[in-house]
Ligand binder design. Structure first.
Ligand code: 5GP
Length: 190
């Protein structure tokens, strides 16, 4: 997606050979117009996949997921990373190792918000080693629902996340595929 690649080039910061910071439009400040364009693009890519619900994880997945839900006309659910007093025991949970924070998080979703007849589109901001997406896939499986696809805003294709998901026969669509962050430069796949 050219618009997104241009923004990454212009406003992204390479923190290391493995980590890209995009807090000017996605991870802290959020650009609603760009998120809307992202939602339109994911809706186009998954329009024939019979999606009934979108699943993401707080917090940075929420913005692109909500705009995708708007354009696919389906509800959006985000997994929570922290237990809250208002989350009851009726939960699906999965353990996810956080790539950026390097800690294990337990993510959870109230069982009322995912059903066995759902075809779920998983959306996230980044794909690195695939831990977040795998945790969400585990939750969909635990609910006896189906994964209809995985939509990623920024994939780092030099890491192993895509393979982990496609090996399970799941469709993955990424809007920007970063081939390398070496030498403080963002290089995209052709
Ligand atoms: P994975 O679970 O695929 O290893 O990593 C994906 C998750 O880690 C995403 O939800 C995202 O929050 C975070 N993440 C991974 N790589 C990056 C990165 O280069 N930049 C930022 N900002 N977040 C990342």
């Amino acid at each position: 997606m050219k618009l997104l690649e241009d923004r990454i080039k212009k406003e992204g910061t390479v923190l290391s050979d493995d980590v890209l910071k995009v807090d000017r439009f996605l991870n802290h400040q959020v650009d609603p117009q760009l998120m809307d364009a992202i939602g339109v693009e994911f809706a186009r890519l998954f329009k024939d996949d019979h999606i009934t619900r979108i699943l993401t994880v707080e917090s940075s997945g929420i913005a692109p997921a909500v705009f995708t839900g708007l354009h696919l006309n389906v509800p959006v659910v985000f997994a929570r990373k922290h237990k809250s007093l208002t989350l009851n025991d009726n939960l699906y949970t999965a353990d996810v190792y956080s790539y950026t924070k390097q800690v294990n998080n337990q993510i959870s979703i109230d069982k009322r918000f995912i059903n066995a007849d759902d075809r779920v589109l998983i959306i996230d901001d980044f794909l690195a080693n695939g831990q977040a997406a795998s945790g969400l896939i585990d939750i969909v499986n635990a609910a006896n629902a189906e994964v209809g696809g995985v939509g990623i805003v920024i994939e780092k294709s030099f890491q192993k996340g895509r393979r982990l998901i496609t090996d399970q026969g799941i469709k993955v669509e990424s809007l920007a595929r970063v081939k390398s962050l070496a030498n403080n430069q963002v290089t995209f796949e052709e």
